[in-house]
Design a protein. Structure first.
Lengths: 256, 417, 156
């Protein structure tokens, strides 16, 4: 009986291996014509946010919603502005009503009226997708619906996303959400349709104060790249190892 | 067809203080149900394998039953995911274009392999019975008999050889599959744990212990469910026969076998101790190392979720059944109570991990409260609400009832022993 | 050798084969690793172009100046020079071909975005001229008195 068991196991393993070999015909690797996509790109998109210039008008959020067809009244947004008010007791009061879509026009935060005499500092922090170099969201997608282009932008394939939400849970920055109409994952993509035509992202275009700027890190003559490389900039949550590509000037220690 | 603009998650999420604009409780009750159901699957299979592989003779009766019940649970493990997906029609994609860097993609393959192993093992165990049924129903009149005859013919897959050697080979194959199945069942549930434990963005989930904790509590829940269902069915059968009256054999009125329950209880307690120890270890480490997230985690665990974690899960769900099962003079009633509490405890563990991990914002400066939709008023509030969960929990029993009609798992005499 | 033991294996192989065959029909041909590596580059290649083809809505000031020279020049010379036309007029899209007239936002709320007084020290907001909404002509639209293309001009 031992030889029957051995033979059985041998045949089982052999049969499985034999079935695996034809798998090579269904390869995941692209053909020669797609090699161009893998080739080194002359562009690596990055972003510079200057929090010392942001006044919290929220026109960027409004522009983003219009440009990228995110339902205006839906409480999700590809980019948003956070307000930080640090009071003298060291407490940070933070809010972002509708993502800052309507700007900030009242001193009230979370129903609490903050006394001006009590304020040490106050500022606004715009946030958007960091188009990370090690995007955790791409790593966890089970079906290959989200990916990184060779110029650094992370995109979502609306026709392939199954809507599991794993990418949304994996992003440490909270930039992803489910699109209320398309019912797939969505996020800022630096207005890929605009920057690929030489235009600026809508939020950059509509910021009247120069708080938002786009950069091509691979172009040494890009003025924004020069700022990123020569001045003191910071990124958000670098402890996660995601290597974010949105750089901040004037990023405060209180910023979450 | 008007597209309703519903932000997924907004109806059952209440935000407090500062939460990022796009943050909602995206993974709600169905994602709690999913590891719970896969845990029951894995646990039921391990229990069955304790007999088939490790020859624990006292478990023979419950082993048969838990193997078939494991099969009934299998499709139900995938059901919560189908209800959760925003694009359920694309559910096959993880099998078509699996992105293996994602735990969920690997799960699709592991799940399929595991399903094949369970199906194959059941086939080897019941093949002789199928062949016998084919012969018995061959020339029987009536449509129902003809249909059953057809079903059994398909189930034999054309293998009609039932001589002594063939049956012996069947038994060996079942043993081999049961053995292979144990690591696969562990993989199946370890992956569920990995899905959470590898999310570095979530301060509560991120832990190398998560896969192990999940496996341990999965086995606990599987054994508990099998024991519970076994007791209930046996006692019900005995009760029915006693009511019929007349002359009864001793074996006919006996309910659940004590030695079976005793043996299974020992394993249950062992895995329960392992699960509790690991969870305690995780908690102690977090408190001791006090990383950036500790402040908000502490306020969630010791504050908002204190009831859910320490009262419902650890005390009611772990400590009380532990005591109930170990105190001398254990009765069947006490065992049933302990098993119900254990099942509840494992459910709370899943709840506290999934919902608890979303109870605080990524900003570490705010909270999200989960208000599970009770009365559904839309497809979404049904799928991701109480009734969706109740659907998921009731389907395995319905499936088991159907499967049991063709694969009898509660008879005292089956093939392949 | 009892060959019937292999029956379940054939069924399993058949199932896997069916999935692989289904894959040929259901998975787009250009799906694969296009990019750095499998981790970050596994996708359907044609999706990149689909995103590039997404319609542009905001056209930018260069598009406006073609027909609205006077207003644009006035704006360029004013303190509102850095404010985009489309911030107040809405995205141009295919105006004037598709949309004859853009919906202009004349509400106070639009101006208050920048000009509502927030007493924040050391903030860029403080550099802007601002009003306390309640105390400054509550019931009028700002543009009744202030020319948005040249805020220093008194329209009264």
């Amino acid at each position: 009986m031992t030889c029957s068991r051995r033979a059985f196991l041998k045949d089982a393993v052999g049969g499985t291996l034999a079935s695996v070999l034809p798998l090579s015909a269904f390869t995941f690797i692209s053909s020669a014509e797609a090699k161009a996509a893998i080739a080194e790109s002359k562009v690596r998109w990055a972003f510079l946010v200057d929090t010392t210039k942001c006044v919290g008008c929220g026109l960027c959020v409004k522009a983003c919603k219009n440009e990228n067809e995110i339902p205006y009244d839906a409480e999700v947004t590809r980019t948003w502005v956070e307000r930080y008010v640090i009071t003298k007791d060291g407490k940070a009061h933070i809010d972002s009503p509708m993502g800052g879509r309507d700007g900030f026009t009242s001193m009230e935060i979370d129903g609490e009226e903050i006394e001006p005499d009590n304020i040490d500092k106050a500022f606004f922090v715009p946030k958007l997708c960091n188009q990370c170099d090690n995007p955790a969201c791409v790593q966890v997608c089970p079906v290959g619906a989200t990916y990184q282009t060779n110029d650094g932008v992370v995109l979502v394939d609306r026709d392939w996303c199954i809507g599991c939400g794993y990418c949304i849970m994996a992003c440490p920055y909270g930039v992803r959400f489910f699109h209320p109409v398309h019912k797939v994952a969505d996020k800022c993509n630096f207005c890929y349709h605009r920057i690929s035509k030489g235009m600026e992202p809508a939020c950059v275009e509509c910021c009247s104060f120069g708080a938002r700027r786009l950069a091509n890190l691979k172009d040494p003559d890009d003025p924004v790249t020069k700022i990123i490389t020569t001045e003191r900039v910071a990124v958000l949550k670098d402890e996660y190892g995601t290597k974010p590509h949105v750089f901040y000037l004037g990023l405060d220690a209180n910023v979450r | 067809m008007p597209d309703e603009i519903i932000v997924h998650g907004i109806e059952w999420t209440v935000k407090e203080l500062f939460v990022y604009p796009n943050e909602y409780i995206y993974w709600s009750i169905q994602i709690v149900m999913y590891p719970y159901m896969t845990g029951l699957v894995a646990g039921a299979f391990v229990l069955s394998s304790l007999y088939h592989v490790f020859g624990q003779k006292q478990l023979k009766e419950i082993a048969q039953f838990s193997l078939v019940f494991s099969l009934a649970l299998l499709p139900v493990a995938a059901l919560p995911l189908l209800l959760h997906l925003q694009q359920p029609l694309r559910a096959m994609e993880p099998l078509l274009t699996p992105h293996f860097t994602s735990a969920i993609a690997a799960f699709g393959i592991v799940f399929t392999v595991y399903a094949l192993i369970v199906l194959s093992e059941i086939w080897f165990v019941y093949r002789k019975y199928f062949v016998e049924q084919v012969h018995a129903l061959k020339d029987q009149p009536g449509l129902s008999n003809a249909m059953r005859h057809m079903v059994y013919r398909i189930l034999t897959i054309g293998a009609y050889d039932v001589d002594v050697d063939a049956i012996r080979v069947d038994k060996k194959a079942a043993t081999v599959l049961a053995a292979i199945g144990i690591p696969v069942a562990c993989f199946l549930h370890g992956y569920a744990g990995f899905i959470f434990g590898s999310v570095k963005a979530n301060a509560l989930w991120m832990s190398p212990l998560m896969p192990v904790i999940f496996i341990m509590s999965a086995v606990v829940s599987g054994i508990a469910l099998c024991m519970l269902t076994y007791i209930v069915i046996r006692e019900w059968q005995a009760f029915r026969r006693r009511r019929q009256g007349g002359i009864l054999e001793a074996s006919e009125i006996k309910g659940a076998e004590k030695h079976v329950i005793d043996s299974a209880t020992r394993y249950l307690v062992g895995f329960l101790v392992a699960a509790i120890s690991l969870e305690m270890l995780d908690l102690i480490f977090r408190g001791y190392t006090a990383m950036k997230s500790w402040d908000i985690l502490r306020s969630v665990m010791y504050g908002k979720d204190f009831m859910n974690i320490f009262v419902l899960q650890y005390t009611l769900g772990n400590l009380v059944p532990f005591v109930l099962l170990l105190l001398p003079g254990r009765t069947m009633k006490r065992t049933v109570l302990a098993l119900l509490l254990v099942l509840f405890g494992v459910f709370m563990m899943r709840w506290n991990v999934v919902i608890g991990g979303q109870a605080f914002s990524l900003s570490f400066s705010g909270y999200m409260h989960y208000e599970i939709p009770i009365i559904p008023h839309s497809v979404e509030t049904f799928k991701e609400g109480l009734f969706g969960a109740l659907t998921v929990i009731s389907v395995p029993f319905i499936l088991f009832w159907i499967i049991n009609k063709f694969v009898p798992s509660l008879q005292r005499e089956t093939s392949g022993e | 050798m009892k060959w019937h033991v292999l029956r379940p294996l054939w069924v399993a192989i058949g199932l896997i084969g069916a999935i692989l065959i289904a894959r040929v029909f259901l998975v787009p041909d250009d799906f694969g690793v296009h990019g750095r590596n499998f981790t970050y580059g596994f996708h359907r290649l044609s999706n990149v172009q689909e995103w590039k083809d997404f319609p542009v809505k905001y056209q930018g000031r260069e598009a406006c100046v073609e027909c609205h020279e006077e207003n644009v020049h006035m704006l360029d010379a004013s303190t509102h020079a850095t404010v985009e036309c489309e911030n107040c007029h809405g995205p141009g899209v295919d105006h004037p071909d598709g949309v004859e007239s853009l919906p202009l936002d004349t509400t106070r709320d639009l101006c208050l975005r920048c000009h509502a007084f927030l007493e924040y020290p050391n903030s860029a907001r403080g550099d802007l001229l601002s009003i306390e909404d309640r105390r400054h002509r509550r019931r009028s639209e700002c543009i009744k008195c202030h020319n948005p293309h040249d805020p220093k001009e008194d329209m009264r």
